[in-house]
Design a protein around this ligand. Structure first.
Ligand code: FAD
Length: 391
């Protein structure tokens, strides 16, 4: 059996939630070990669109929801971190767009009236025209209205790489996890046969949390998976676009983000309503047809003759909610030394870490004396999905 270890906080799952938390704990002097069974970011995080929401999209529902309030501070916290003067030093992480846009293709949709009246949006949305429009919309044939939201879009691969740097020697590639009991309570985990004792165990394993809880014999909290069927398009004629295209309903008709492929071309990544229920029911060929039709009707001047298309099925993992309602905040549950949660959005990773740190502070848990780690097998960085699917 490998040498046993002791640490302050043992984290399982190296997506945005685990990596962000790990970096904050290390900065405060806590000893940590983060276990990842696949690749860093390779779950949902590297499949996300990288939008640092400030809640504006959720205000489309008309009434100001909890989500709008809780998330409103996230763009500021991320901007400070990206500038190197926030809670983490994320300088060097690539910002793909300084703003995300709301794009109404026809006349102003009715639901925008309450949207512009809502507090989450007031003072944070400006209409843009002409040269200020996103490059993909700068065309004489473009009709419609575009509003700039103060929400960043990040290159998630560079974010994950930076957080892996901040993790130092704390990362451990391992697959098998069993409970480690002492005095009839959980006192750590047995990880690929190695005993790791910890003052706290945090499960931030995304869709893997449910199986981990089952392995530890814990029934709550329950998890829900929300399936999505995303579409990717890569071609020489595609220009950057970061926008929620509004339809008549409360959800964006399509949400477009644009990502740099390894060969320098742009890849459009399409989500929103296109990727939800009807899109999930379509097979890959039908989903690509639906996306082609949607983009041809919205941006008919873009020459798509050389565009290649692919789809990606992925589940969003969240705490179970009645009626599959979107959760409002990062979620954290506790049971003695075990903490388990889902950030529910990439943008809410700082909120997830705050919640864990608040429990440590409440319990007056102090960083222990220096606990040097042996050299551990290190998990690899996950690869961008656009390069994997459209090489
Ligand atoms: P994950 O990124 O899934 O990481 C969990 C990690 O745990 C994985 O690396 C996995 O391998 C590991 N793991 C699982 N089980 C085990 C185990 N037993 N042992 C060891 N390791 C394990 N949010 C936004 O804010 N903005 C967006 O624009 C956005 N777009 C999205 C688009 C899509 C298509 C999807 C699916 C999500 C999007 N999200 C977005 C949501 C966001 O991606 C997630 O909320 C966030 O990435 C979840 O992070 P996580 O660290 O909890 O999970």
């Amino acid at each position: 059996m490998s040498q046993s270890l002791s640490t302050d906080v043992l984290i399982v799952g190296g997506g945005i939630a685990g990596l962000w938390l790990n970096a904050r704990l290390r900065q405060q002097g806590f000893a940590t070990v983060l276990v990842e069974r696949g690749s860093l970011g390779g779950g949902q995080s590297l499949k996300s669109q990288g939008i640092i929401h400030g809640g504006a999209k959720y205000a489309l529902h008309g009434a100001l929801t909890g989500a709008s309030e809780a998330i409103a501070d996230m763009p500021r916290r991320w901007r400070e971190a990206l500038a190197g003067n926030g809670e983490l030093d994320l300088s060097g992480v690539r910002i793909l767009s300084d703003a995300h846009y709301l794009w109404s293709p026809g006349t102003l949709a009715g639901n925008l009236t309450s949207f512009f009246a809502s507090k989450a949006v007031r003072g944070r949305v400006d209409q843009v025209k002409g040269e200020q429009l996103p490059p993909a919309l700068q065309h004489p044939k473009f009709k419609g209205k575009v509003y700039r939201l103060a929400e960043l879009v990040l290159d998630v691969p560079s974010l994950i790489a930076r957080l892996a740097e901040l993790a130092g020697d704390s990362l451990l590639a391992a697959e098998r996890i069993e409970p480690l009991q002492g005095n009839a309570e959980l006192c750590g985990l047995i990880v690929d046969g190695r005993e790791i004792r910890a003052q706290r165990v945090v499960l931030s394993a995304g869709a893997g949390n449910a199986d981990l809880l089952a392995a530890l014999g814990v029934e709550q909290p329950a998890q829900q998976l929300r399936p999505l069927h995303m579409v990717l398009a890569k071609g020489p004629a595609l220009k950057p676009l970061y926008a929620h295209c509004l339809g008549g309903g409360p959800k964006p008709r399509v949400t477009v983000t644009t990502h740099p492929a390894a060969d320098g071309q742009w890849v459009w990544y399409l989500g929103g309503d296109l990727a939800e229920a009807d899109g999930v029911a379509r097979d890959e060929a039908a989903q690509i047809e639906a996306a082609k039709k949607e983009m041809a009707s919205l941006l008919p001047w873009v020459d798509q003759s050389q565009t290649r298309w692919a789809t990606l099925r992925v589940d969003r993992a969240e705490p179970a909610q009645s009626g599959l309602v979107r959760p409002d905040n990062a979620f954290l549950a506790e049971q003695q030394r075990l903490l388990v949660g889902w950030p529910t959005k990439l943008a809410l990773a700082p909120d997830f870490a705050d919640r864990v740190l608040a429990t440590l502070q409440r319990d007056n848990l102090q960083p222990s004396a220096d606990m040097p780690l042996p050299e551990l097998p290190r998990p690899a960085l996950g690869q961008p999905v656009w390069d994997a699917l459209l090489p």
